[in-house]
Design a protein around this ligand. Structure first.
Ligand SMILES: [Ca+2]
Length: 115
């Protein structure tokens, strides 16, 4: 999913497919929450602003990470996906009102995936 968005944003960045936004990412962070190891991949646009973020959580099953205990398809031990989404989208830029720059000011993408 991040590959496709990176490719789309690469083209929208300067109307060329030239890896001005690539699918490799700008930064990689690793950590552990409640025994789950995770890796965060941070992607910036060509201006250096956050564009996308991907989390890979080891051993997380098909469940909402950090969800309420006892709820269906949740894993309360995983990183809190809701909190991370809130953190991520708070840093995003508002949508542009003029169409000329709209593609550069659209909402960024956050993915939280189990592996
Ligand atoms: Ca480009």
């Amino acid at each position: 999913m991040t590959f496709q968005w990176a490719r789309t944003n690469d083209y929208l960045d300067d109307a060329q497919e030239n890896n001005s936004v690539d699918s490799v990412g700008n930064r990689r962070l690793e950590g552990t929450i409640s025994g789950y190891a995770f890796t965060r991949y941070l992607y910036n646009d060509s201006a250096g602003k956050p564009l996308m973020e991907k989390w890979i959580v080891q051993d997380l099953k098909h469940a909402w990470s950090g969800g309420a205990a006892g709820a269906s398809y949740t894993d309360p031990k995983g990183p809190d996906a809701s909190q991370e989404m809130w953190r991520f989208f708070k840093q995003s830029r508002p949508l542009a009102t003029k169409s000329k720059k709209r593609h550069l000011e659209g909402p960024p993408l956050l993915c939280l995936l189990g592996e």
